[in-house]
Design a protein around this ligand. Structure first.
Ligand code: OXD
Ligand code: MN
Length: 595
C-alpha cells in the first residue's frame, strides 16, 4: 500500500476486502492531477481510452454492449425486513444475497490493482458533506470519481484515526488471469451483476458493472439511496433534483429545484440560456440536491457532486450551449461515436451528420447505417467548475434557499405545459403520482409509462410510503416558508406526433410565470389538476407557435385525467398501511374536482 492510513475502521476494511478479493496490489488515491494522468496512462496503454485530438485532455471509452446503463432490475435494497424496502425496491433475503455476493467477490480482483478512493460528497469539511471510501478495481472508475466527487488526501486527514465514512465496494467482476491481455471494458455477465445497498448499515456493494451509477458509487448509491435514508432519519432531504438560480432583469434571485426522471432534461434546464430578455440562469447542480432547513426556517440546498455525468445524445449548441462549452476539455466520454478527425459525435449534436464515424461498438458507421452512432445513453463526465454559467455559490456550504420545486416527466399526452399545486399537500400528491415514459438511462424497455414518485423510484433508500410521509413532515416544519410546488411537461405532442412546445431556452418563460406566482404578481386559473396560467401571463412573444397549438399544449381534458385514476389507485394500493391518510384525501379531492 502506497500511503499509511491512520483510520482504524478504514484499515480494517481494506484488509478485509483485500483478503476476500485478492488483488495484485493496493493503491490509495490522493486525488492529484498526476494520479489522474497515471490512471489515464494505464487506460491508454490497455487500449481502453481513446485520446481525442479535438479536445485537450479528453478521452473516449466504449463499454461492453451488456453494460450501457443503470441496472434497476439488479439493484437490491438489503434491509432486514422486506417491508422497510417497500414495494418500489427489489429485495432479496439479505443473508442469502450476502452469501451469493461474497462468493462472487472471492478472488475477483486477481491480476488487478485494488484502488482505495477517499471522497467527499459536498465540499470537503462542510458540515452537510458526507465522506465515502470507494474500493474499486477499475482505473476508469478512479478517473470518473476524480471528476464527479472531491477525491483526496484531505479526506483521509479529515477521517483521522476514528472518523466515520460510508464504505462503497466495487468490482468489475473480471479477474485477469496472468499473462492474459485485458479486454477494453472488463465487466461480468448480466446475471452476475449486482448493486446492493444496506441503508441500515450505511454500506454499498456493487459487482460486475463498470458503468455510471452502477460503478461511480458516490452518485446514485451514496448521494441518493443511502443519503435519502439518512436524510429521513435526520430530518432533511436527498432528492433527484437539479438546482438553478434564476435571476430577473432587476437582479432578483430565485432558486429552483426540479425533479425529473433520468434523461428527461435536468442538465438542459440546469444550464439554460433564457430566451426571455434580461433573465439569467446559473447552474448549481444538474442531478442531486441535499436540502436542510436553515436557521431562517427556509429549505437550503447544496449539490453534493463535483461534476456532471450527463446524457450526450441530444446535447448541442442549440439545445444546451453551456453544456457544449463545458465539454471543450478535460472530459471523459463514454459510448459516443468517434469522428474521422478525432472528435466525439452523437445524434443531435450537429445539424448535419458526419459522413462517417466509428460507432460506440467500434464499427464503421455512415448516415445510411440503420443503427445509432452513439448509444442513446452515451455520457460525458465533466468538471462542474468548467460550466460557463456555474453559480458563484455552487460550493457554498450554506446552500441556497429554495423558492420553487418542480416535478415533471415525459408525457406525450394529457399533462399541460405547466400548472401549480393548490397547497403543499397537493404538491406532495403531484410528486407522489408523477409518471413518465421510461428512457434508456436504465436497461429495459423505453417509452413505457411508469409512476416515478419524486423521480426517486430507482433511488429511494427506504419504503416509498414513508417517503410520502417524510414530504408531509418536511412541509409541516417549513410551514409558510415551504417552496411553492409546480408540475411541468415539456414533451406534450400534437395529434400528428410532434412536440408542441419548443422547450430549452423557452422554458425560461415557464420559470418566469412561476416566479410571478411566488411574488403574487399574477393570478391563476383554477382547474381540476391545479392552477393554470391565465391567458397572457405566460410571456410568449417570439415563440414560434400557433394559438391552436398553445391551446392544445395547455388543455386539461377531464376525460383523460379520469382515465389516470385507476393507475393512481393501483399505485397507491401498493403501499398498504404506509400510505399517508393525507394522500388518500388528496386523491379523493382530485376525483371530486374532476366530477
Ligand atoms: C443519472 C441517471 O445518471 O439518473 O443521473 O441515470
Ligand atoms: Mn440522475
Amino acid at each position: 500500500m502506497n500511503i499509511n492510513i491512520k483510520n482504524k475502521k478504514l484499515n480494517n476494511w481494506i484488509k478485509e476486502v483485500e483478503d476476500m478479493c485478492r488483488p495484485d496490489d493496493v493503491y490509495v488515491c490522493n486525488g492529484s492531477t498526476e494520479e489522474y494522468n497515471l490512471m489515464m496512462g494505464k487506460l491508454l496503454a490497455s487500449g481502453s481510452a481513446i485520446p481525442l485530438k479535438k479536445r485537450p485532455n479528453s478521452y473516449l471509452f466504449r463499454s461492453d454492449p451488456s453494460d450501457v446503463a443503470r441496472i434497476e432490475d439488479r439493484t437490491y435494497l438489503s434491509t432486514i425486513s422486506k417491508d422497510e424496502a417497500g414495494p418500489t425496491n427489489n429485495w432479496i433475503d439479505p443473508v442469502q444475497l450476502k452469501e451469493t455476493m461474497k462468493r462472487l467477490y472471492r478472488g475477483c480482483m486477481r491480476g488487478r490493482t485494488m484502488y482505495v478512493i477517499p471522497f467527499s460528497m459536498g465540499p470537503i469539511g462542510s458540515p452537510i458533506s458526507k465522506i465515502g471510501v470507494e474500493i474499486t478495481d477499475s482505473p476508469y472508475v478512479v478517473c470518473n470519481m476524480h471528476i464527479m466527487t472531491r477525491v483526496g488526501s484531505r479526506v483521509l486527514d479529515l477521517l483521522s484515526n476514528d472518523g466515520d465514512f460510508i464504505p462503497c465496494l466495487h468490482s468489475v467482476g473480471a479477474p485477469l488471469p496472468k499473462g492474459k491481455k485485458d479486454v477494453q471494458w472488463p465487466c461480468a455477465p448480466i446475471e452476475k451483476k449486482y448493486i446492493r445497498l444496506f441503508p441500515e448499515e450505511n454500506l454499498i456493494w456493487s459487482f460486475g458493472s463498470g458503468y455510471g451509477g452502477n460503478a461511480l458509487l458516490g452518485k446514485k448509491c451514496l448521494a441518493l439511496r443511502i443519503a435519502s435514508a439518512i436524510a429521513r432519519r435526520e430530518g432533511w432531504m436527498a432528492e433527484h433534483m437539479l438546482i438553478l438560480r434564476f435571476i430577473s432583469p432587476e437582479g432578483k434571485q430565485y432558486h429552483i429545484a426540479a425533479a425529473f426522471p433520468s434523461a428527461c432534461g435536468k442538465t438542459n434546464l440546469a444550464m439554460m440560456r433564457p430566451s426571455l430578455k434580461g433573465w439569467k440562469c446559473e447552474c448549481i447542480g444538474d442531478d442531486i440536491a441535499w436540502m436542510k432547513i436553515g436557521a431562517d426556517g427556509r429549505l437550503h440546498a447544496i449539490n453534493p457532486e463535483n461534476g456532471f455525468f450527463g446524457v450526450a445524445p441530444g446535447t448541442s449548441y442549440s439545445t444546451n450551449p453551456m453544456a457544449m462549452d463545458t465539454l471543450k476539455e478535460n472530459v471523459i466520454f463514454t459510448n459516443c461515436a468517434l469522428t474521422d478527425d478525432g472528435d466525439v459525435w452523437w445524434e443531435g449534436m450537429t445539424e448535419e451528420e458526419p459522413s462517417h464515424t466509428i460507432d460506440w461498438k467500434g464499427n464503421d458507421w455512415t448516415p445510411q447505417s440503420k443503427r445509432g452512432a452513439a448509444h442513446p445513453n452515451a455520457r460525458f463526465t465533466a468538471p462542474a467548475s468548467q460550466c460557463p454559467v456555474i453559480c458563484s455559490d455552487w460550493e457554498n456550504p450554506a446552500g441556497v434557499p429554495i423558492d420553487i420545486f418542480i416535478f415533471g416527466g415525459r408525457r406525450g399526452s394529457a399533462v399541460p405545459l405547466v400548472y401549480e399545486a393548490f397547497s403543499w399537500d397537493h404538491g406532495v400528491f403531484l410528486g407522489a403520482t408523477a409518471a413518465s415514459e421510461t428512457t434508456s438511462a436504465n436497461i429495459g424497455a423505453v417509452g413505457n409509462l411508469r409512476r416515478d414518485p419524486f423521480a426517486m423510484k430507482p433511488f429511494c433508500g427506504y419504503n416509498m410510503g414513508d417517503c410520502f410521509q417524510h414530504w408531509f413532515d418536511m412541509g409541516d416544519r417549513l410551514g409558510n416558508k415551504a417552496p411553492r410546488i409546480f408540475y411541468v411537461n415539456w414533451f406534450r405532442k400534437s395529434e400528428d406526433g410532434k412536440f408542441l412546445w419548443p422547450g430549452f431556452s423557452d422554458n425560461s418563460r415557464v420559470l418566469k410565470w412561476m416566479c410571478d406566482r411566488v411574488d403574487g404578481k399574477v393570478d391563476a386559473q383554477k382547474s381540476p389538476i391545479g392552477f393554470l396560467p391565465k391567458e397572457g401571463d405566460l410571456h410568449l412573444e417570439g415563440v414560434n407557435m400557433s394559438p391552436e397549438d398553445m391551446k392544445e399544449l395547455m388543455k386539461v381534458n377531464p376525460e383523460e385525467w379520469r382515465a389516470e385514476i385507476p393507475g393512481i389507485e393501483q399505485h397507491f394500493a401498493l403501499f398498504g398501511n404506509r400510505l399517508p391518510e393525507r394522500l388518500k384525501k388528496q386523491l379523493k379531492d382530485f376525483i371530486s374536482r374532476l366530477g
